[in-house]
Design a protein around this ligand. Structure first.
Ligand SMILES: Cc1cc2nc3c(=O)[nH]c(=O)nc-3n(C[C@H](O)[C@H](O)[C@H](O)COP(=O)(O)O)c2cc1C
Ligand code: SF4
Ligand code: SF4
Length: 272
C-alpha cells in the first residue's frame, strides 16, 4: 500500500508509478483525513510507502497529522519507506517523518528523494520547459531504481538529496512553514469566473466558491499550491502576489477535461 498527499500531481505520479510495479493500492491522505479514517489494512508483511512533497524542508501538515494518527491493522513485518518529491532536496523531512512515525509506534525503514519540477511558483520563478522535461525524464529512471530498492527492502537513507539544507535552520523553517499555512494570505481576484475548479481540486476542502468569489473557509491548509498553480484564470493571490507561472504534473489530469481530484467523481483503478 502507498499513502499519498499531492498538490499538483508529482507525488501522485510517483505513487502511481511505484504502484504499477509493486502492486497494492494507493490511499489518498487528504481524503482519509476528511473521513477521519486512520486504519490501514495491510496484508501480512506488505510494505507501506508514504509519498509526499517536501515543503520548507519538512513534511506537509496533512502528512504529519495523518501519520501521527494512523493505525496499521496487521502487525506483520511492514517495510515502511518514504518517497519525498521535491524541487531540489528534502531538508529535514526524513527526520521529521521518522519522529512522527516513532511517536505513533512505527519505524521508518528507508527514505528516497525524487527531484521533480518545482511548484512553489509564488516564491520562485517557474523552471523553463527544458529543465522541467529533464527533471521528469530523470525521475522516470530514478523511480525505476527506487522500485528495485523497495523490492530489495533496502534500509536507511537511499538516494537522498538534502538540497541546500542547513540543519541549524530547520526549526526556523518549520516556523516559517506554519506561518505560511495561514489561509488569510489567500484571496481571489476580479478575474475569478466562479468555475469552482479550486473548490473541487483543493485536497483539504478549504475553498468554497460563492458566485465569482473563492473563499478560504478553514484557518489553515498544508499550502500545496494546487489552487494557485491550477486556477484556469490565475485569479488567486497569496500574500498579495500571483503565481509567476503555472505547474501541474500531467498525470494529474486523468480525464481529458478534468482532474483526478481527491473529492472528484472518479478514481483511477486501484485507488481507494
Ligand atoms: C509551499 C511549498 C514549499 C516547498 N518547499 C520546498 C523545499 O523546501 N524544497 C524543495 O526541494 N522543494 C520544495 N517545494 C517544491 C515541491 O516539493 C515539489 O514541487 C513537489 O514535487 C510538489 O509535489 P506535488 O506535485 O505532489 O504537490 C515546495 C513546494 C511548495 C508548494
Ligand atoms: S479556480 Fe479560479 S476562476 Fe475558478 S472559481 Fe477558483 S478562483 Fe475562481
Ligand atoms: S487552499 Fe489551495 S494551497 Fe491550500 S490545500 Fe487547498 S488547494 Fe492547496
Amino acid at each position: 500500500m502507498l499513502i499519498c498527499y499531492s498538490g499538483t500531481g508529482n507525488s501522485y505520479y510517483a505513487s502511481k508509478t511505484i504502484q504499477s510495479e509493486i502492486g497494492g493500492s494507493v490511499v489518498d491522505i487528504a481524503r482519509r483525513l476528511d473521513k477521519n479514517n486512520f486504519n490501514l489494512a495491510l496484508d501480512l508483511d506488505e510494505p507501506l510507502g508514504i509519498v509526499f512533497p517536501v515543503y520548507f524542508g519538512t513534511i506537509p501538515k496533512a502528512v504529519r497529522e495523518y501519520v501521527s494518527k494512523m493505525k496499521i491493522s496487521n502487525n506483520g513485518d511492514h517495510y515502511i519507506y518514504a518517497v519525498m518529491t521535491c524541487g531540489s532536496g528534502c531538508g529535514s523531512a526524513p527526520e521529521d517523518l521518522d519522529e512522527v512515525l516513532e511517536d505513533a509506534g512505527y519505524m521508518l525503514d528507508a527514505y528516497y528523494t525524487l527531484i521533480m519540477p518545482n511548484n512553489a511558483l509564488v516564491f520562485m520563478d517557474p523552471e523553463d520547459d527544458i529543465t522541467v522535461e529533464e527533471k521528469l525524464s530523470a525521475a522516470e529512471d530514478e523511480l525505476e531504481a527506487i522500485v528495485k530498492d523497495i523490492e530489495g527492502r533496502r534500509s536507511g537513507a537511499i538516494r537522498t538529496n538534502r538540497g541546500d539544507f542547513h540543519p541549524e535552520r530547520s526549526e526556523e523553517m518549520k516556523k516559517a512553514y506554519a506561518a505560511a499555512c495561514d489561509t488569510k494570505l489567500f484571496a481571489s481576484t476580479d478575474e475569478c469566473i466562479g468555475c469552482n475548479f479550486c473548490e473541487r481540486l483543493c485536497p483539504e476542502r478549504v475553498i468554497k466558491v460563492y458566485g465569482r468569489t473563492a473563499v478560504w473557509e478553514k484557518d489553515s491548509c498544508s499550502l500545496c499550491m494546487g489552487c494557485l498553480d491550477m486556477c484556469p484564470h490565475s485569479a488567486i493571490t497569496y500574500d498579495g502576489n500571483k503565481v509567476r507561472g503555472r505547474y501541474h504534473n500531467d498525470s494529474f489530469y486523468l480525464r481529458s477535461i478534468g482532474i483526478a481530484m481527491p473529492f472528484g467523481d472518479k478514481r483511477p483503478d486501484g485507488w481507494i
